[in-house]
Design a protein. Structure first.
Ligand code: CP
Length: 305
């Protein structure tokens, strides 16, 4: 039985390196054999206070393939939140209807709070600009699958490194391996100093760049991100930086053969569609890997693996 039984996953740092690897190994089994209805008597609640395509639907697909029933909402406007019900009371109620809560909420720290209120495990499906740990685990899965290892890699992170919660989680996780980070962003969207401090604390190196072309020949992984319009308080600043890091197919000349492009998606215009036809594009398979990784998490946390 997994040591993850009954655990919450709120921040990627809630799990250690061995636990990441355990999830990836279980996910490999689900990739080989996805239909394993081993949780027939269980209910998973998906509470999405913020829009999502991949995270919600892949969690629901994962739960369904495990034989779970799924309940929840994707529009808080159609719930009693609209009448003023607090997050506290919503979580208390859902705790009596389900065995596991998967929650996305725009407020940083809301998932941690929900885990303190809930009597069942809580998985953070994204809390504001803070953390997106399940995306991080599927990113690790995709990196290991494409590179054959998580060690000694050059990881380039490109775009909105300030508000991109997937970047924050991925940097913290990759600090468990001998990673060199290459950070490409405009001045306004640089990686927060608290996240850079995690790199330094791990004794690892990072380099900062302004242009994507500077990392093309170096990177094993280019992790592209969308500029997060919804996190800006000043929309003029968003307009100024929104097109600052765009990857096109001709720019890939000179990249390493093993290089793969990841993106948590959705994309807006930061990867042009001609890149999709190159052998380096991996973002759609990456999203597919999310189903196996979320199956692994649900199964481990509910004690079926
Ligand atoms: N990667 C990701 O979180 O996508 P969604 O916002 O569509 O869930």
């Amino acid at each position: 039985m997994s040591t993850l039984k009954g655990r919450n996953l709120i921040s990627i740092t809630d799990f250690n390196k061995e636990e990441y690897l355990e999830v990836l190994d279980i996910a490999e089994g689900f990739e080989k054999n996805p239909k394993q209805p081993i949780l027939r008597d269980h209910v998973v609640a998906t509470l999405f206070f913020e829009p999502s395509t991949r995270t919600r639907l892949s969690f629901e697909s994962a739960a369904n393939q495990l034989g779970c029933r799924v309940l929840g909402f994707s529009d808080p406007g159609a719930t009693s939140v609209q009448k003023g019900e607090s997050l506290h009371d919503t979580i208390k109620m859902v705790s009596s209807y389900a065995d596991l809560i998967v929650m996305r909420n725009p407020k940083e720290g809301s998932s941690r709070y929900a885990s303190e209120v809930a009597s069942i495990p809580v998985i953070n499906a994204g809390d504001g600009a803070n953390q997106h740990p399940t995306q991080c685990l599927l990113d690790l899965y995709s990196i290991r699958k494409t590179q054959g290892t998580l060690d000694n890699l050059n990881i380039a992170l490109v775009g909105d490194l300030k508000y991109g919660r997937t970047v924050h989680s991925l940097v913290q996780a990759m600090c468990n391996w001998n990673t060199t980070f290459h950070l490409v962003s405009p001045e306004e969207l640089k990686l927060p100093s608290s996240v850079k401090a995690s790199i330094k604390k791990a004794g690892l190196k990072y380099y900062q760049y302004r242009e994507i072309r500077d990392i093309i020949g170096i990177a094993d992984i280019i992790y592209m991100t969308r500029v997060q319009r919804e996190r800006f308080t000043d929309l003029l600043e968003y307009e100024r930086v929104k097109d600052s890091c765009i990857l096109t197919a001709p720019m890939l000349q000179g990249c390493k053969d093993n290089m793969r492009i990841l993106h948590p998606l959705p994309r807006v215009n930061e990867i042009t569609t001609d890149v999709d036809r190159t052998p380096y594009a991996y973002y759609f398979q990456q999203a597919q890997n999310g189903v196996y990784v979320r199956q692994a998490l649900i199964a481990a946390i509910l004690g079926a693996k």
